[in-house]
Design a protein around this ligand. Structure first.
Ligand code: ADP
Ligand code: MG
Ligand code: ZN
Length: 552
């Protein structure tokens, strides 16, 4: 295989451009009707067919084959373009020819009539890279193009194109290609190249390519070059381990589950594979940023650069992670990023950032209480990440503060010390809290509605936060005194307690509280994570700097 597969398999006709029918069909109609615009702007992610389609259009415009079959790929001009020796097709890479002189050069030559075909076609790739004076020069050309000239501007970053230039072009947005269509194309290539592949293997490749056909073909190329007859899912996964965005998503799943061990395992695997940790951390921050946008705005269109499948997965994660946790993780990982180069244990800053993202900031014993043996033991446990954290799981994640860091099994032996700190929070039951968040909370509310009626259920909707310990449950009602009183009424309360006890599978007492955070205080000395009190500074930062609004 001397030639890269993705070049060998460049689409040669409109039919062969996969997943961009909205573009190819319009172009075909325009060709048929002789209404080809002077300038097109092809925008979209890399590897989705922009250059290929621009060349197909160039061929079709100059093709001498039978009408309706253009480009024919047989006539002299088609052949010349396919062999890259057609003088009337001028491809300019704006990434390296971005000065005003380059565009002046273009303008000087554009006046000359085409030598071979009917049209002179300019394809300017990565056009957003042009300097502003070059854009101005280009604009003049686009305003008065010679009749024999046609332009295709291609870009991965359309927002960087000046509006004046944009308005001179007909714009086509190339979309990320859906997984099944990529997988289908890979199957075709695999067979044609004389190989076999498991369906799941091709789907895995397609998924990892994030809608980019070129990346998918390149990865297939790599798999085929191992010389095996059949490409298997296991092989693909092995190869993907080093690069995959799947790994990022898996790590975020770990964050969502607050599973420190799972998260550290991913890091360990990455280290074992010799992956670039700084790069990975960057990917992780990018992913969390998208998650944050979803959590704050629930507007997936802000994420138009991501495949639907990733967005769907993120939407699931967005309900399982609290917004403050996302923000905290972004902040901690950004801090860790510059520390990741070199160092004694290069992965340590990443590990600490992840642990703290899950467990809250790890500090030595708090200043106001005398440093107790127990607090120290707790910190040691935190650092070794052996225990599972429990937390206060907000029902309405946008409005509640960050995860609270509480040890589960601290202090049995320290009765004397524990008595000194009556006000400390009880260890919370995370599993139970999860049963009362998200879909679980909806389910419980439905039960309440069925048994106790619509009014009682409505008052439960005011609940902002829930805390559960061994035998106590606290509901925080924010500032909604009315709902608070409604639920606190002895009759209602006892009925809800029955339902709650049944739902949780153990008998519990219920406390109705005001405020945004449900609290259960008891007899254990614990430390709290940053961001426990008051409005979260990170949320405020995000609202201010990202012009995001907090979603209900
Ligand atoms: N929509 C598509 N259908 C089929 N193959 C594609 C498509 N998009 C990209 N490819 C493959 O990827 C290679 C690079 O595509 P290209 O048109 O240069 O992408 P872009 O210009 O959008 O970065 C092509 O040679 C082809 O093998
Ligand atoms: Mg291109
Ligand atoms: Zn032709």
């Amino acid at each position: 295989m001397s030639q890269a597969l993705y070049r060998k398999w460049r689409s040669q006709t409109f039919d062969e451009v996969i997943g961009q029918e909205h573009v190819t069909q319009t172009l075909r109609n325009a060709l048929r009707d002789g209404r080809i615009a002077h300038a097109y702007l092809f925008s979209g992610p890399r590897g989705t067919g922009k250059t290929s389609t621009a060349r197909i259009l160039a061929k079709a415009l100059n093709c001498t084959g039978p009408e309706g079959e253009r480009p024919c790929n047989k006539c002299p001009t088609c052949t010349a373009i396919n062999e890259g020796r057609m003088l009337d097709l001028i491809e300019i890479d704006a990434a390296s020819n971005n000065s005003v002189d380059d565009i002046r050069d273009l303008r000087e030559k554009i006046g000359f009539r085409p030598g071979e075909g009917q049209f002179k076609i300019y394809i300017i790739d990565e056009v957003h890279m042009l300097s502003s004076s070059a854009f101005n020069a280009l604009l003049k050309t686009l305003e008065e193009p010679p009749p024999h000239a046609r332009f295709v501007l291609a870009t991965t970053e359309p927002h960087k194109i000046p509006a004046t230039v944009m308005s001179r072009c007909q714009r086509f947005d190339f979309r990320r290609i859906p997984v099944p269509e990529i997988a289908g194309h890979l199957q075709e290539i695999t067979t044609a190249e004389g190989f076999q592949a498991e369906d799941e293997a091709l789907t895995a490749i397609a998924r990892s390519a994030q809608g980019c056909m070129r990346d998918a073909i390149s990865l297939l190329d790599q798999m085929l070059s191992y010389g095996v007859e059949t490409v298997t899912l296991a092989q693909v996964q092995e190869v993907l381990g080093a690069v995959s965005s799947e790994t990022v998503a898996v790590l975020v799943d770990g964050l969502a589950e607050r599973d420190v061990a799972a998260v550290l395992r991913v890091v360990q695997q990455l280290v074992g594979q010799g992956a670039g940790l700084a790069e990975f951390t960057g990917q992780l921050i990018e992913y969390l940023r998208a998650l944050m946008l979803l959590q704050m705005t629930n507007a997936p269109d802000l994420l138009d650069d991501l495949p639907d499948e990733t967005i769907r997965r993120m939407q699931g994660q967005a309900t399982r992670i609290t917004l403050p946790m996302t923000l905290h993780a972004i902040k901690r990982l950004s801090e860790a990023l510059p520390e990741l180069k070199g160092g004694y244990q290069p992965q340590l800053p990443l590990e600490l950032a992840l642990i703290e993202s899950i467990r809250g900031e790890i500090r030595p014993a708090s200043v106001d209480s005398e440093p107790s043996a127990q607090a120290v033991a707790t910190s040691a446990k935190e650092a070794s990440a052996a225990a599972t954290a429990s937390r206060s799981a907000p029902v309405s994640r946008a409005q509640t503060p960050a995860a609270v860091d509480k040890p589960t099994e601290a202090g049995d032996a320290e009765t004397g010390k524990a008595e000194a700190s009556e006000e400390a929070d009880l260890p919370l039951d995370e599993a139970a809290i999860r049963k009362l968040s998200g879909p679980g909370w909806d389910q419980f509310q439905n039960t309440v509605r069925e048994r106790l009626g619509h009014k009682v259920q409505a008052s439960l909707r005011a609940v902002r936060d829930i805390a559960v310990s061994e035998n106590r449950v606290a509901f925080a009602f924010g500032t909604n005194q009315f709902s608070h009183d409604m639920v606190s009424a002895p009759e209602t309360m006892s009925k809800i307690v029955d339902l709650l006890s049944g739902y949780l599978g153990r008998s519990v007492r219920l406390e109705c509280q005001m405020g945004d955070t449900a609290k259960l205080t008891g007899r254990l000395a614990v430390q709290q994570a940053a961001g426990q009190e008051g409005p979260d500074p990170l949320v405020e930062y995000a609202v201010e700097n990202l012009r995001a609004s907090v979603a209900e």
